[in-house]
Design a protein around this ligand. Sequence first.
Ligand code: ZN
Length: 190
Amino acid sequence: MLNYNDIIKDDNKDLRLKCEPVDLPLSSEDLSYLLSMNEYLEKGYEEDSEKKYNIRPGVGIAAPQIDVLKRMFVIFAYDENDVEYHFGVINPKIISYSEELTYLPSGEGCLSVDRVCQGLIHRPKRIKVEFDYYDFETGKCERITARLKNYIAVVFQHEYDHLNGILFYDHINKDNPMYVPENSTPIKFK
Ligand code: ZN
């Protein structure tokens, strides 16, 4: 089982590499990576997960974070309306972005970044994406297109960035970390 020590941190240069596409159907090796990333996120929702399993909870984890340089990640998150999103994402493409931006008022965090990075990250508020959707309940995998907005769009883009060697703090305005562009509005949680 994966724990926090298995997640590579941002002093590891592998996190800066561009990942390779995943061959489909999934090989048993790739499937096992996907399942263990999912297990990590699931366990993170259990009480005392840090003490019990040495897991720092997260809402998304990308394969390069366990040093597997392939284009896949897992999301297990609840959006600003408490709607659950839980699936594997394989070979994603972001087809289009809104001009309107959004941001998390408290900034973003990352399992690979072991410190607080002050600053806001503004991302497109709505995205249209295409990816192979892996359903952990049925084991089914199918190519879908979807429109995502607000919190889930932010999580998706954060994980997607990992596949291209980009970390969230790369997006922080260095001269003015708390800068808010005119076209950006905060995500409001219920
Ligand atoms: Zn991250």
